[in-house]
Design a protein around this ligand. Structure first.
Ligand code: HSE
Length: 381
């Protein structure tokens, strides 16, 4: 029997508890033993849930329970979650999380703590919801020198862009829907500002390069400035508008450009066909060529699916830990795309147009020569 504690009974946490119960026999078989949920920590009153008996608001009860070997963190953010995860590792407990902010900001230090104590710190659900992508990247593609990773990494913003494309909802309506489906962050500004996608491309780039890439190193732009005319221009000219996280590797395993921004994606690129809450991660490696991982990028069940897989993996590796991680790095290094050439889409009062390929620096100089500065611009992938 592996004893488990769940931190947070929100959208994702409640999905994990339900999945462990619904598929208990199957999970037991896969894990090679029973998974026993012993505590659920939440500041809310859980007396009306099926788990009233397991509810606690006191983390020290979990920390000091010798029968809890694995802690699943579904609180989110980096305040309380960082404190509890650090304490859990110090107490010798394996940790599983889908908290991308925690992993993107503090991954290197938490991975080091886990390594020192021979513990697992797994986070498959932190990128792409239910899409299996971190293990395939770290293991199946391990022999490749990677050129590039490009991802649609935020389900909420992809849902909004899809709804706007079909002109069936305004930005605000689509965001309300995304919230009601449990896709959006507790602060949806993180979704539409690109911050959530930034954290996820950081996790991917860190894993691919073996060195921590921090959100502060990533130029990040969201979807709030995109209007109906941009969507129509894209559609008329054979593109889709997508919020992309992009990491480019110019030397073996060295990420030297990383950013998040909306792009025009040519219709024949596989990322152009990724709609609604779906996410996809497109990877170009020297040996494998191009691969793409696709699936539901947000929501209760898909994320619970990834977390439950980490629980099973941990149960099978209680002593011989799984290695999935990276080393610390200098967070002050600039990884800006300013020298990356692109064709640019430009919106002026006269309408949309595409430029010749040029770097962002050249684009800025060119834009200043126009009679009136463009209202908006996006790279073309
Ligand atoms: N708010 C996130 C999204 C949840 O919309 O993708 C999954 O990380």
């Amino acid at each position: 029997m592996v004893g488990l504690a769940l931190l947070g009974y929100g959208v994702v946490g409640s999905g994990v508890a339900e999945l462990l119960q619904k598929n208990a026999a199957h999970i037991e078989k896969k894990a090679g033993g029973k998974i026993g949920l012993r505590h659920i920590l939440d500041i809310r009153d859980l007396s009306r849930t099926p788990y009233a008996d397991l509810a606690t608001q006191d983390f020290s009860q979990i920390e000091n329970d010798p029968d809890v070997q694995v802690i699943v963190e579904c609180i989110g953010g980096v305040g309380t979650a960082l404190d509890y995860v650090s304490r859990a590792l110090r107490a010798g407990k394996h940790v599983i999380t889908s908290n991308k902010e925690l992993v993107a900001e503090h991954g290197a230090e938490l991975l080091a703590m886990a390594k020192e104590r021979n513990l697992n710190f797994l986070f498959e659900g932190s990128v792409g919801g239910g899409i299996p992508v971190l293990r395939p990247l770290a293991q199946c593609l391990a022999a490749n020198q990677l050129y590039e990773i490009v991802g649609i990494l935020n389900g909420t913003s992809n849902y909004i862009l899809t709804r706007m494309l079909h002109q069936s909802a305004s930005f605000d309506e689509a965001l309300r829907e995304a919230k009601s489906y449990g896709y959006a962050e507790s602060n949806p500004v993180d979704d539409v500002s690109g911050r959530d996608a930034c954290r996820k491309i950081c996790v991917l780039a860190s894993l691919a390069s073996g060195r921590h890439v921090y959100p502060a190193q990533v130029d990040t732009e969201g979807i709030t400035q995109i209007g109906g005319s941009d969507m129509r221009f894209a559609q008329r000219n054979g593109y889709r508008v997508k919020l992309l996280g992009r990491a480019i590797f110019r030397e073996p395993a060295v990420c030297n450009v990383i950013y998040v921004a909306p792009h025009l994606v040519p219709e024949d690129h596989p990322l152009a066909g990724v709609h609604d809450v779906f996410n996809a991660v497109w990877i170009h490696g020297d040996t494998v060529g191009e691969v793409m991982f696709y699936g539901r990028g947000a929501g209760r069940e898909p994320t619970a699916s990834a977390i439950a897989a980490d629980i099973i993996d941990t149960a099978k590796h209680m002593t011989a830990r799984k290695w999935l991680g990276w080393d610390p790095s200098d967070s002050r290094e600039r990884l800006s795309p300013v020298e990356l050439p692109s064709v640019w889409y430009v919106r002026t009062a006269q309408g949309g147009q595409l430029t010749e390929p040029m770097t962002a620096r050249k684009y800025d100089a060119w834009a200043r020569t126009l009679p009136k500065e463009p209202e908006y611009r996006m790279r073309v992938l």
